[in-house]
Design a protein around this ligand. Structure first.
Ligand code: ADP
Length: 399
């Protein structure tokens, strides 16, 4: 069954085509700088050896034009993988915000679309673009089922004492102000892999997703109990350009100093985190700066690791025990020095990293703890697209 997965951002579009239940995509694609004359497309075909990559730069006015390019590449007479759009049986959409309405992958109906629309105020940057891509995909693939997989869904299992803020109840009931959490598809994917690796379905896990955005989740019995992102993805860990946790009074102080609300929003989301501390947001560049003796980079890495350690301690308490730490996403999977720094001071939990394994280990699930560590330390590559394809496939199989 051909399932196309679409992950749309404000100016980008990522897609993967799966032939489910096979877990390797047939092709992957990325379109960047949509809305400009210099949009960039990279379309990789993985069914041939060596893989074939088509790259080109051209004007792409909007997401609709981007999806059209994708369909042309997918059904190209020479390099195409499908004959026509009708070969696609389902399109799985990553939708950022599902509010309290969606705890699972959901078949998209007019009512579901209305609910996604109702949630625009909670995710003003993401849900409108997700909605738009659903509408385009409905037209482009009229015979396919459209399925939404929400970033927030996995965290709907959090208990109320974890997801409520200590503010007047009406703000929760009338305005929906509560912790939602994000990166749920990734946390679900890696925590299921970890539980399978441990052979323990009720494992107590801390899943640490360190990409451009970063979040950490306490998982037990396959359920999210608490997570570091909150009402929005701004809360929690130090990220590429987001501050993570900060005293809300800082916002009022800046506004009193003459900043507009928009300026503070931009400051905390786009100019903070590693970017604010070092002038760089890419961890590889920050590592290079560290090697060159940059003191700001050294301090920023200390702050980044320290914040994660605080959350590990806190979530070990939430779980009242710990079977494994999971590292995933760009930094979590690749930055062995960061894993080393985070695990260095966790002796009280009997977390002991094996430095050699940590540096060299490869594979789908990498165990990088010492044999005497009470807690496993696992490096597990995340794969949100595959998770979306699997959830879409399972939904159709059981429907
Ligand atoms: P996104 O959240 O956009 O999906 P990724 O999961 O791809 O992001 O993670 C991007 C981050 O991973 C960047 O900060 C990048 O520098 C970092 N990263 C990727 N490879 C490495 C590496 N080898 N060492 C350190 N950091 C890395």
């Amino acid at each position: 069954m051909y399932i196309l997965v679409i992950n749309a951002g404000s100016s980008s579009l990522k897609y993967q085509l799966f032939d489910m239940p096979l877990d390797k995509p047939l092709c992957t694609g990325l379109i960047e700088r949509i809305g400009t004359n210099e949009a960039f497309i990279r379309h990789k075909i993985l069914t041939v050896d060596p893989t074939q990559t088509i790259e080109r730069q051209e004007a792409i006015a909007d997401h609709s034009a981007g999806l059209q390019q994708m369909v042309e590449l997918l059904s190209d007479a020479e390099i195409g993988l499908i004959h026509s759009a009708d070969d696609i049986k389902a399109v799985g959409h990553r939708v950022v915000h599902g509010g309290e309405r969606f705890a699972n992958a959901t078949l998209i109906t007019p009512a579901v679309k209305e609910t996604i629309k109702d949630l625009f105020p909670l995710a003003p940057l993401h849900n409108p673009i997700n909605y738009q891509c659903i509408e385009i995909a409905e037209k482009t693939f009229p015979n396919a089922r459209q399925i939404a997989v929400f970033d927030t869904a996995f965290h709907q299992t959090m208990p109320e004492y974890a997801f409520r803020y200590a503010i007047p109840e009406s703000l929760y009931t009338d305005e929906g102000i509560r912790v939602y959490g994000f990166h749920g598809t990734s946390h679900k994917y890696v925590s299921e892999k970890a539980a399978a690796w441990l052979g323990k379905p009720d494992a107590k896990l801390i899943s640490i997703h360190l990409g451009n955005g970063c979040s950490i989740t306490a998982v037990q019995n396959g359920k999210s109990l608490d997570t570091s992102m909150g009402f929005s993805p701004l809360a929690g860990l130090v990220m590429g350009t987001r501050s993570g946790d900060i005293d809300p009074s800082v916002i009022f102080h800046l506004i009193a100093k003459g900043y507009s609300a928009d300026a503070v929003n931009n400051l905390l989301n786009k100019q903070s985190g590693m970017q604010g501390l070092t002038g760089l947001n890419d961890m590889r560049d920050i590592r290079k700066a560290l090697e060159a003796g940059n003191q700001a980079a050294a301090l920023a890495l200390d702050i980044y690791a320290y914040r994660i350690q605080k959350y590990i301690g806190s979530y070990a308490a939430v779980l009242n025990g710990l079977d494994a730490l999971i590292f995933t996403a760009g930094v979590g999977e690749n930055d062995s020095a960061m894993r080393e720094q985070i695990c260095a001071n966790l002796d009280f939990l009997a977390v002991y990293l094996d430095s050699d394994k940590n540096r060299v280990a490869t594979g789908d699930v990498r165990e990088v703890n010492r044999s005497d560590s009470a807690v496993k330390i696992l490096v597990i590559p995340t794969n949100e697209e595959l998770e979306i394809a699997q959830q879409s496939f399972d939904l159709l199989e059981t429907a």
